[in-house]
Design a protein around this ligand. Structure first.
Ligand SMILES: [Zn+2]
Length: 425
């Protein structure tokens, strides 16, 4: 439910300035002014269900004193999502991912990962019950529509990185019972389930491991969506072959537009369409546009990273200092910004290759996502404005913003019901 607020218009004018020559590109009506087009886009944004399939906000929710019902200044705090800003941006539903960074793969590591994952899930559930006047915990596809009707934000739960499953398959059902509806099999490094697209040691299992295959099977049985974002290409092909239900990429872009191992090739996009799955576009600059080589910046970033503690071990002061250091670094060695135009270039490409039924949006706020024009949850309507500018219809926008992911979610549940009834007979 989109609330017209005064600060939208400065964004729109800024965006118009950034993009330039917009009205000439409009293929909806020669007479429509920029302001009329924006107004039409905002009305569409208000009417359609908007779902963001990936935010790492639970990392913040477990910090003492962080209140999701309060509006946070993103420049001061670095926070990209809270309930007031979801409302401002007209963002109806979100998947909060319980993200556990890959660490040692032994019993102690697995135990710690599980404890942290459960702590994050509990914090999501606690936040939704504490704020039940403005949000609701969503467990099924139609819950998003029901909550939207009530004027509340729908909060879904996912897990980013299968590491907290450890080597105990029963954990998959435990997480399902807690409300988890997708699991990203792997993150930045290989784990016991699958190979990562970005592990510096290269692949270990040749895609999904034997245990990972059991996990996919269990996810199919329960009705948890299989998320291949962060997996290497073999993980994608294995997931397509193994999963009895359509799969998702909760936050990935198109490799033909921006060359990056985290992005998906055209062949993968076509297979995703055949599979009936969906690719959710993400707002990370490095996956959205090519930047010219910037070795001075790279070495400065590497130096900063080398001296960095894990985020979960930092004090508030250390976090603020780190943000400041990154800000200064970016001012000293600027990279060209990623913009909403880049986002919609990726959407255009995926629509061309896979079709309108296989693309969606997963911003990755609080996990590195946030670009010029879609800096935090309060600005997501700018994606709709750019879609309308390029001639997308309301029906198409409704699919991109929520219809497609909800369809996949329903298909995944239908497969689970079938598998469970077969299991009983
Ligand atoms: Zn991620």
């Amino acid at each position: 439910m989109f609330q017209k607020s005064r600060h939208i218009y400065p964004f729109f004018f800024l965006l118009a300035l950034l993009i330039g020559g917009c009205t000439a590109e409009s293929n909806t009506s020669e007479e429509e002014t920029e302001e009329e087009m924006t107004q039409r886009a905002l009305e569409i944004h208000d009417r359609v269900l908007t779902v963001d399939t990936h935010a790492d906000t639970p990392l913040r929710m477990i910090q003492p004193g962080f209140d999701m019902a309060e509006r946070h200044d993103p420049n001061e705090t670095g926070s990209k999502v809270d309930y007031p800003r979801m409302k401002e941006g007209g963002l109806d539903a979100i998947f909060f991912a319980a993200f556990v960074a890959q660490d040692i793969r032994d019993d102690d590591g697995n135990t710690r990962a599980k404890a942290l994952c459960l702590q994050m899930i509990d914090s999501i559930v606690a936040s939704t019950s504490k704020n039940s006047d403005i949000v609701g915990l969503a467990l099924n596809p139609d819950d998003a529509y029901a909550l939207e009707k009530d004027g509340k934000r729908a909060i879904y739960i996912g897990i980013e990185n299968g590491y907290p499953i450890g080597n105990d398959i029963s954990n998959v059902e435990l997480y399902f019972e807690k409300g988890v509806r997708y699991i990203t099999l792997v993150h930045s490094s290989n784990n016991d389930l699958a190979d990562s697209a970005t592990d510096s040691d290269g692949p270990e299992h040749g895609g999904i491991s034997e245990f990972g295959a059991d996990v996919v099977k269990e996810m199919n049985r329960l009705g948890i969506m299989v998320d291949v974002s962060h997996g290497n290409d073999s993980v994608f092909y294995d997931a397509i072959a193994l999963s009895k239900a359509p799969i998702i990429a909760s936050h990935s872009n198109a490799r033909a537009v921006t060359e990056h191992d985290r992005n998906m090739t055209d062949e993968m996009l076509k297979l995703m369409a055949e599979n009936g799955g969906v690719v959710q576009l993400t707002m990370l600059a490095t996956y959205l546009r090519d930047a010219p080589p910037n070795p001075a910046r790279d070495s400065a970033v590497a130096e900063l990273r080398a001296n960095m503690k894990p985020a979960s071990e930092m004090t508030d002061e250390e976090r603020t200092a780190l943000r400041q250091a990154f800000r200064e670094l970016s001012e000293k060695y600027p990279d060209p910004p990623a913009t909403v135009k880049h986002v919609v270039d990726h959407i255009d490409h995926i629509v061309k290759v896979a079709g309108i039924d296989h693309v969606g949006i997963g911003c990755d706020f609080d996990g590195g996502g946030g670009i010029q024009g879609v800096f935090d949850a309060s600005e997501v309507m700018n994606i709709t404005i750019e879609l309308v500018r390029r001639g997308y219809t309301e029906e198409q926008i409704q699919k991109i913003w929520g219809g497609n992911i909800i369809r996949v979610f329903k298909d995944v549940q239908a497969v689970a019901e079938k598998l469970q009834s077969e299991g009983l007979s």
